[in-house]
Write a protein of this length. Sequence first.
Length: 152
Amino acid sequence: MEDLSKLKPATGAVKTVKRIGRGQGSGYGGTSTKGHKGQKAISGYNRRRGFEGGQTPMVRRLPKFGFTNPTRTEFKGINLDALQAMADKTGIKVIDIEALRKNGLISGNDLVKVLGRGEIKGALEVKAHAFSATAKAAIEGKGGKTEIVATR
């Protein structure tokens, strides 16, 4: 037998929405939960992003400096140790853009630059968009080949 203290209304029967501005009896009448007067109590109030209550905003207080080159070419750097790890795992000797993409080292239309960290054990043929001087010397020093692929 159920205890009467455990009674509760059926699901969906009671609304939990705060109905403001519907009279004093609702508990949310009068000022409609906005307090008395002030900028935020006025109808149509909409504070813009970064507004600091009339104080000079952060974006205007901080100095502007630097330069962003709109024609900069962004490369994804791949080091020699990553190429060697990929060659060991897959057993391939010709590493090109498609092989890098297939093995998850690059994504989409990334431009690839091979960098010189680490070392390679055997001769690899590497095709990329750019090479650092140390990477090129290391690959060709082990009897491999480097080939620069044309960018887009």
